[in-house]
Ligand binder design. Structure first.
Ligand code: TPP
Ligand code: MG
Length: 762
């Protein structure tokens, strides 16, 4: 009837989920997908009414605790944070991590969820009373469909869990299909557990323990899940349960019927092997119940489900009714006061006869009414405008809140502490500034960990962790395999369990391998749970210019376009970077920090308060004052622009250089506008492709901050060529902006306003 826009359900997979729920203990975690409704019901983590509330997109957190109406149905989550955004006692939760729709998107984080148990068990500094773990006894239960096991994320994660030896029970719900596509298109030999046999542990080799069990065999399912959970809990060995012969009685979702693609024989087989039917037969055969008793239970279940559906629908409508009633009362007044009585009456009638009206429809109705009355001076307009403003504000909360942390630990609330320098301050390599910052952090807080490719033994390709594995141990400063996607997953999962990971992506260009997990999972986490879950992960990487097509990238627009929800910090040197690490470690937000690849060996002054000074987010810094032109830039470009500014000074042009420092958030207090008011000319310069990061900065300053009114010349951008940077110093020079191109761009701006003083050069 159009009450719900889309439905996807867990039918055909009920029985293994009951078995899984029996093996699950309070404090354990689940990272699964849209089929897991029976598991959630069995744990008591989802009520029937909540199930329907999500189907209707009820925006009340109490009605749909998983997503407050933001996610399609079948996307489950436990609220792990209290109303203030602070951790609850996770040991007392059945902790279901919020689902995402992309198949296998739930998998990378499993690595971190399990890794946290390993650290809580193996690192004595983390022992003792805490709300996150009891000696690392918590098991992560992962679920995935058979078809989704073809995704790289799954295969990467299976390998990683084998390497890491973490307590994961990975269940595969195998119904032989992925929507319409049968097994032979998905899996070599048509059998995922068969092809994973090489991962099976042996007496002498670590690996996974693999199980295969039929999805309609209740006793075998219970035994298998119990055994797997015991192994994982006790020995931290990952286990994988391939649950076969499952069905999908209603097809994939409400958007199509499976009769279109399954043969008559398959449909017949599914009817006979439905796990609930087989369970029923077993209960009767084993004398646990009479058929009549089960009939009664089934009837009761239908009545209960219907009642829950009706209650949820009623509650959903009731949540909107006061606003609808008030809007209609305002329209009644408008009909009395306005000369457009007839059209207004029609508008009202139209809304009142709408089947299942929504907030958008009442908003459209009142906005149309206001447009009609635009030339009239009648008192009702004030009431209508007040209604529009109030509900817009409330709808912002309903649909746009919690993209970032809104708790008292938000990164935007961290107090700024300036770096302090000794009188005889030493000049050191940039990497040493970072090393001192990480040293201070690791000694301050045992929950801080760092990992990534080459981070452990050698202390990172750029040496910022040098000596720190020796000092803090392999559990704190750790090498990983080359697996960017699950490095990020390792960070997300660990952060969701109270640890403070710094996950490293070796070069910014390789962030692409982890992009799906960053954009789908991490960036949306607070938003999609409306503040019910968080993963305060710091992602460390390095980029901008150095050498070659894959070691000098600055794909900022890719990040800006895909990772809202993760702060984007672009420090110009290692001191600013250290300040950002200190800020983020005090906050419960997540951030990507891009260090300058070419800055590790440049000399910097090391602050005395290296472990505690902070750099605030969203605060640009004027790094050179000037009056003629403002250049807005960041990262490695700061030095280039400063050099150009020096040369411009020699021809009489005074350039103000602003380092934005953070792109998300961008200049919270509109300070760049003040500079433009003074210079009336602005250039936005970066190393991204044309129309990328520079265009974003232009939009922020010219449109959002309203700089256009103060400009005497067109705002301009300077960026890289369309292609990636060619290798070698000349490749860099002719691919990226350089001192001369900055000079020319600024000089041309001046030529435009004073061609006599600044004649054309070329
Ligand atoms: C990355 C991605 N690709 C495609 C889809 C569309 N899609 C949703 S479910 C699905 C099939 C999944 O099949 P399977 O993993 O076997 O799970 P099942 O639905 O059968 O339980 C597809 C292709 C998606 N959600 N995400
Ligand atoms: Mg399937």
């Amino acid at each position: 009837m159009g009450k719900a826009k889309f439905g996807i359900f867990g039918d055909g997979k009920e029985l293994p989920q009951i078995a899984m729920a029996k093996a699950f203990r309070r404090g354990d975690l689940r990272s699964g997908y849209y089929r897991d409704q029976t598991f959630m019901f069995a744990l008591g983590e989802l009520t029937l009414e909540q199930h329907f509330a999500q189907l209707y997109a009820h925006t009340d957190v109490d009605a749909d605790p998983a997503s407050a109406g933001r996610l399609m149905n079948g996307h489950f989550a436990t609220r792990a944070l209290d109303h203030e955004g602070h951790w609850k006692d996770l040991l007392h939760l059945n902790y279901a991590i919020s689902d995402v729709s992309p198949t296998a998107g739930q998998i990378p984080r499993i690595i971190g969820l399990g890794y946290a148990s390993k650290l809580y068990r193996q690192n004595p500094q983390l022992h003792g009373q805490n709300q996150f773990s009891k000696n690392g006894n918590e098991v992560v239960f992962g679920t995935i469909g058979n078809a989704a096991t073809s995704e790289g994320m799954f295969l990467e994660a299976v390998n990683a869990m084998g390497v890491l030896q973490i307590p994961v029970v990975m269940a595969i719900w195998d119904d032989d299909y992925g929507i319409s596509v049968p097994q032979e298109y998905h899996t070599t030999k048509g059998d995922i557990s068969k092809i994973l046999q090489g991962y099976q542990r042996t007496k002498t080799e670590e690996g996974l323990e693999l199980f295969k069990v039929k999805g309609w065999d209740y006793v075998a399912l219970c035994n298998t899940f119990q055994e797997a959970a015991n192994i994982s809990r006790k020995s931290h060995v990952p286990t994988l349960i391939h649950v076969t012969e499952l069905t999908q009685p209603q097809g994939h979702s409400t958007s199509g019927s499976h009769e279109r693609y399954k043969s008559t024989e398959r449909l017949q087989w599914e009817q006979e092997h439905d796990c609930l039917l087989k369970f029923r037969e077993w209960l009767i055969d084993e004398d646990y119940a009479y058929a009549a008793e089960l009939d009664e239970i089934e009837l009761e279940a239908k009545v209960t489900a219907k009642a829950a559906k009706n209650a949820a629908w009623k509650a959903f409508n009731a949540s909107m009714k006061p606003d609808f009633d008030l809007a209609m009362a305002i329209l009644d007044k408008a009909i009395l006061q306005s000369s457009h009585k007839n059209v207004l009456s029609e508008l009202k009638m139209e809304f009142e006869t709408t089947l299942n009206p929504l907030r958008s429809e009442v908003t459209m109705c009142l906005k149309k009414a206001l447009r009609l009355m635009r030339n009239e001076r009648i008192s009702v307009k004030k009431e209508a405008v007040a209604w529009i403003k109030r509900t817009a504000n409330e709808n912002y909360g309903r649909y746009s809140s919690h993209l970032y942390s809104e708790s008292s630990s938000s990164a935007l609330k961290v107090k700024a502490t300036k770096p302090k320098y000794a009188n005889d301050v030493k000049l050191v390599d940039g990497r040493q500034v970072l090393q001192a910052c990480f040293d201070a952090a690791l000694s301050r807080d045992p929950s801080i960990i760092a990992f990534g490719e080459d981070v452990g033994l050698i202390g990172g390709v750029n040496q910022a962790f040098v000596g720190l594995q020796d000092k803090y141990g392999v559990l704190r400063v750790t090498d990983t395999g080359i697996r960017e996607c699950t490095i990020i997953g390792q960070g997300i999962g660990a952060a969701m369990r109270g640890l403070r990971p710094i996950a490293e992506i070796q070069y910014l260009d390789y962030l692409v391998y982890a992009l799906a997990t960053l954009t789908d999972d991490l960036a949306t986490l607070q938003y999609r749970t409306r503040g019910g879950q968080k993963a305060p992960l710091i992602i460390r990487t390095r980029g901008h210019r150095l050498e070659g097509m894959w070691h000098a990238g600055s794909p900022i627009s890719m990040i800006l376009g895909s990772m809202r929800g993760i702060y984007l910090l672009v420090p110009r040197d290692m001191t600013q970077a250290a300040g950002f690490y200190n800020t983020m470690l005090q906050s419960d937000d997540t951030a990507l920090i891009i260090e300058c690849l070419n800055g590790y060996r440049l000399k910097e002054k090391i602050p005395e308060n290296i472990g505690s000074f902070t750099v605030p987010l969203g605060m640009p810094e004027i790094i050179r004052e000037g009056v003629d032109v403002t250049v807005v830039t960041y990262g490695s470009m700061c030095r280039i622009v400063l050099d150009a500014a020096q040369q411009l000074q020699e021809v009489g042009i005074s350039t103000e250089v602003i380092d934005v420092q953070t792109l998300l958030p961008f200049d919270i207090s509109n300070s760049i506008l003040d500079s433009v008011k003074k210079t009336n000319r602005v250039l936005f310069a970066d190393e991204d492709a044309p129309g990328g990061g520079s265009a974003y900065m232009m939009q922020q300053v010219v449109e959002r901050q309203g700089a256009s009114r103060y400009l005497d010349a067109e705002p301009v951008t300077l960026c890289s060529k369309d292609h990636r940077p060619a290798y070698g110093s000349d490749g860099d020079y002719f691919s990226k902006p350089n001192v001369e191109s900055v000079f020319d761009k600024v000089y041309t701006l001046m030529t435009e306003s004073d061609p006599i003083a600044y004649p054309d050069i070329y």
